[in-house]
Ligand binder design. Structure first.
Ligand code: AMP
Length: 211
């Protein structure tokens, strides 16, 4: 089976990371996530680009988008090294969607559909184990091991104020991307409110059918 090229779209907290990791393992393709790429480059000097701030961190901690030029460069670099992939966190606006069109074809575009109140609950309760990168939720899925519980950390941008701003940015700039693909008949909606395992059943089926 050829390596699939998959796009997973969704609001912040919709489960893109979880479903992308599963996709990457099951279909043996590279997981490319702009959120992680940017977190690894948070303090990189980007003043050579047309940017308001000198480092990605300033945008991220305010819940704003990092300039297109910077993110597109990171995605281009990452895509040039792989055949199949699951791309998560990009495109976040219509300009990025057009950039992506010029870079590569994709086999399937999935949208994890979750309403906004649910996203707020998920994000503000989300905690990360810094040792393994595993994600937990203080109410819905706390860790069983008290040692793990003690070391859990909250992402800098998962505070209520930044979450509200990230959702506003999603509504205003990323929802048009959903419409962009829908108008082209390329978008496949998945009910993202289901449990992660149920969502995965739908995601896997969609990818298999797109092959
Ligand atoms: P995420 O982990 O996908 O929620 O991304 C965290 C933060 O990284 C976002 O709030 C943005 O500041 C930045 N970011 C991630 N992907 C992009 C993108 N495609 N374009 C611009 N900024 C991005």
């Amino acid at each position: 089976m050829a390596e699939p090229r998959i796009l997973i779209l969704g609001g912040p907290g919709a489960g893109k990371g979880t479903q992308s990791r599963k996709t990457s393992e099951e279909f043996n393709v590279k997981h490319i996530t702009t959120g992680e790429l940017l977190r690894a480059n948070k303090d990189r000097d980007i003043s050579e680009f047309e940017s308001e701030y000198d480092v990605p961190r300033t945008y991220m901690d305010q819940g704003e988008l990092v300039p297109d030029e910077v993110v597109t460069l990171l995605v281009k670099e990452a895509l040039s090294q792989v055949n199949g992939f699951v791309l998560d966190g990009y495109p976040r606006n219509v300009e990025q969607a057009e950039e992506l069109n010029n870079m590569t074809d994709v086999d399937d575009i999935l949208y994890l559909d979750v309403d906004e109140e649910e996203l707020v609950q998920r994000l503000t309760g989300r905690r990360i184990d810094p040792k393994t990168g595993d994600t937990y939720h203080i109410k819905y899925s706390p860790p069983e091991d008290p040692e793990v519980e003690k070391r859990l950390e909250q992402r800098d941008d998962d505070t209520e104020e930044t979450v509200r701003e990230r959702l506003r940015v999603f509504r205003e700039t990323t929802e048009p991307v959903i419409e962009y693909y829908e108008e082209r008949g390329q978008l496949e909606r998945v009910d993202g409110k289901q449990s992660p395992d149920e969502v995965w059943v739908d995601v896997r089926k969609a990818i298999e059918n797109a092959q």
